[in-house]
Design a protein around this ligand. Structure first.
Ligand code: Z5A
Length: 212
């Protein structure tokens, strides 16, 4: 099973992923926790380029291609082998992020992005995606408090982050079966209980399908 978490900056993805990975491990599932950009050694090197505030000159097109390159490596080196080994893979961001950030945020062509995602993922799509929905100002505030500094993308304008947020909501509307919107203004444990109850249903559905 392949689960992804999406949302704007500081929406609580890392916090929820850590809780979820612990809960699944306690329930004797084998879990692979990963993230984008990065996830693989080569992907982590690409991540450095993408997030370094020093790389102000990085063009929108170069940025798009680097996210795709990181994903292509991540899928082939980490995600597919883990799924083949029967693990539950949880990724902090995946292809929806490119649609939201480079498509809606940077206004790059959505048809091109979908095609590029298809190539990068080799057609792999998550079984379930949690979209943590939080007003962007709150998220940016949380991110800057927790890390003390903002990366290259976080330094973008509020309008940019608002376009990303709108993008995520538009993507979620198109695929309500896969993408579950979670109100991320709630306390951490309330959010987690919501995620866990959705996931339990999904796991039992997958088990039923598998048994038949
Ligand atoms: N990006 C892109 O443009 N295109 C792509 O294709 C991909 C990514 C894949 C990756 O950054 C950047 O790359 C990202 C999108 C772009 N943009 N930026 N910047 P990243 O991986 O370093 O950062 P992030 O994904 O934005 O995550 P984050 O800032 O680390 O936030 P988070 O993981 O969602 O939140 P958190 O670390 O769990 O929580 C943040 C703080 O809030 C922390 O102090 C928590 O204790 C606190 N928190 C968490 N939940 C709550 C609740 N419920 N209440 C109160 N406080 C809370």
């Amino acid at each position: 099973m392949f689960i992804t978490f999406e949302g704007t900056e500081g929406s609580g993805k890392t916090t929820q992923i850590n809780h979820l990975a612990n809960k699944l491990s306690d329930a004797c599932y084998s879990v692979q926790n990963t993230r984008e950009p990065g996830g693989s050694n080569i992907g982590d090197q690409i991540r450095e380029i993408l997030l370094s505030p020093a790389n102000e000159k990085l063009s929108a097109t170069s940025e798009l291609l680097l996210y795709a390159a990181s994903r292509a490596q991540h899928v082939r080196e980490i995600i597919i082998p883990a799924l083949k080994n029967g693990k539950i893979v949880i990724s902090d961001r995946f292809s929806d992020a490119t649609v939201a950030y480079q498509g809606y945020g940077r206004n790059l062509d959505l048809v091109l992005i979908n095609h590029l995602n298809q190539i990068a993922t080799d057609g792999l799509a998550p079984d379930l995606t949690f979209l943590l929905n939080l007003p962007v100002e709150i998220g940016l505030q949380r991110a800057s408090i927790s890390r003390g500094k903002l990366d290259r993308i976080e330094r973008e304008s509020l309008e940019f982050h608002e376009r990303v947020q709108d993008g995520y909501l538009a993507i979620a509307k198109e695929d309500t079966n896969r993408i579950k919107i979670i109100d991320a203004t709630q306390p951490i444990d309330v959010i987690f209980n919501e995620i866990w109850s959705i996931l339990k249903v999904k796991i039992s559905l997958i088990k039923v399908n598998h048994d038949h």
